[in-house]
Write a protein that binds this ligand. Structure first.
Ligand code: PHE
Length: 477
């Protein structure tokens, strides 16, 4: 398996894996889930999930990938036999499912970036109506200020950008692009936070976000925290197995995983610190209570934020708003490349197919798989209100199904390590590049979490998530 490609070193790997982790999940989903679940208490639950469940799963995945030096399917089957290979395949399919809807949302963000920076999107009167029309009409090629207004085109371009990067390979494509996009993302994020903290009433947003109200802790908070943590760290579907397979034996996995988890968590945390002061600024401007601003669901960044940019005035709004959506695009792109790499690595490793050809073929196929999600926002009524799924739209359905597959995938992975591959084999892999590992507390912590805590809690919570999705949490308790 020589010539599969590899990362040039620790920094390249960490940036690429952190790039996979930092994505729409952090900037689009984390703030609104935090808003819906009582702000600070959600943050607390989220951090516990990262520490107790996600970090061990991340270490395990990277160790599996590096030990086997194969794609997700190949890694499980090499270390555990053909039947375990299906777990890798399950992850690859989950990745395809995620990329299919993820690219649609990324396409919206890309369109917003263009329309805010170069068009007249911020002149609209009602951003709710605009967003509704925008996602509904996918092939409207009429132009606003010379820009085609079709999110079919935007998401196609986004998928093409993803494919170009992945087709360039691990070092020249994935690593080189994340080395530019990740620092840029941090800079834009910090810049917007500093600006938003100077706005009137910003401090109220910070308080809401950071002071926990323990009365708010509900089962829903735990379920949302866990599924968000898994999705955000790109766990449970083989992305980190695949990236781990390109990592040199000289590198320290346990410390790299800690840096990746912290990088991802910090971006989610900062995204909240950017959004809540902005929302409270808007409440101040409109002279209403911040609770009256609907911060739940996708509209948060596509409806509420544009309204805030509009309030900032034409020039500043265009600049801050454009920068914000550029940030979202960078975050999404570093994730879509990791999602595409998973099935590509599988076909290149297992079927010995040509990388460039596979990349474009798979990208096109996944783009087509995303079309039902794209037209489910109103264009095709049957997909907009799924009868078997409590009247929700198809995009939400696919997004929810991926949450389920990720936690199940993570649970089975920990079972794989402790009951099949052997925790001593994981130890041996983790000791490479980390001389003190065998005597360390990290090792004891990983043993307890991977053997007991993670499989039990993840198994239990996967069942709760399935029941919640299909029957609603309120009916469960
Ligand atoms: N972690 C990415 C995000 O937060 C999404 C993702 C999930 C990417 C699974 C790869 C694999 O947006």
């Amino acid at each position: 398996m020589d010539n599969r490609g590899n990362f040039s070193g620790r920094i390249g790997f960490i940036l690429a894996a952190a790039g996979s982790a930092v994505g729409l999940g952090n900037i689009w989903r984390f703030p609104y889930l935090a808003g819906e679940n009582g702000g600070a208490i959600f943050l607390l639950v989220y951090l516990c999930c990262i520490f107790l469940l996600c970090y061990p799963v991340m270490v395990g995945e990277i160790a599996i990938g590096r030990a086997a030096n194969r794609d997700a399917f190949g890694s499980y089957s090499k270390l555990g036999g053909k039947n375990w290979g299906y777990l890798g395949l399950f992850g690859i399919l989950a990745g395809i499912m995620i990329l299919s809807f993820y690219n649609v949302v990324a396409g919206w963000a890309f369109g917003y970036f263009l329309h805010i920076s170069f068009g007249d999107l911020l002149n609209h009167e009602n951003f709710g109506n605009f967003f509704g029309e925008y996602v509904n009409d996918i092939i409207d090629v009429s132009s606003i200020n010379g820009l085609a207004n079709s999110n079919l085109i935007f998401s196609l371009v986004f998928m093409a950008l993803t494919a170009i990067i992945v087709s360039l390979g691990i070092q020249k494509g994935i690593e080189a692009s994340t080395k530019i996009m990740m620092p840029a993302l941090y800079l834009i994020l910090i810049g917007i936070i500093i600006y938003s903290l100077t706005l009137p009433n910003a401090i109220e947003g910070v308080k809401f976000y950071l002071i926990p109200d323990l009365g708010e802790l509900k089962i829903q908070t735990v379920v949302d925290g866990l599924k968000q943590a898994f999705f955000s760290l790109s766990l449970g579907m083989g992305a980190l197995i695949t990236y781990g397979s390109y990592l040199s034996k000289k590198e320290n996995i346990t410390s790299s995983a800690a840096v990746i988890s912290m990088a991802d968590t910090s971006v989610a945390f900062f995204a909240g610190l950017m959004v809540f002061p902005l929302v409270h600024f808007l409440a101040y401007k409109l002279e209403i209570n911040a609770q009256e601003i609907g911060t739940s669901g996708p509209p948060l960044i596509f409806v509420v934020l544009p309204q805030i940019f509009h309030e900032m005035g034409p020039l500043l709004g265009r600049f801050i708003g454009g920068s914000f959506f550029l940030l979202v695009c960078f975050a999404a792109l570093t994730s879509t490349i990791s999602l595409l790499e998973v099935p590509v690595a599988y076909l290149v490793d297992q079927k010995k197919m040509n990388r460039k050809y596979v990349v474009w073929m798979v990208a096109l196929l996944i783009f087509i798989c995303g079309l039902p999600s794209m037209v489910s926002m109103g264009m095709i009524p049957a997909l907009n209100k799924l009868t078997f799924y409590r009247g929700q739209d198809f995009l939400t359905f696919i997004a929810d199904m991926s949450d389920i597959t990720l936690t199940i995938g993570g649970c089975l992975m920990t079972i794989f390590i402790s009951r099949r591959w052997g925790i001593h084999n994981m130890d041996a892999e983790l000791a490479l590049g980390n001389e003190t590992y065998m005597q360390s507390g990290v090792r004891r912590f990983l043993h307890i979490t991977i053997r007991w805590v993670a499989p039990i809690l993840l198994g239990f919570l996967s069942i709760v998530i399935i029941l919640e999705k299909f029957f609603g949490i309120a009916n469960l308790i």
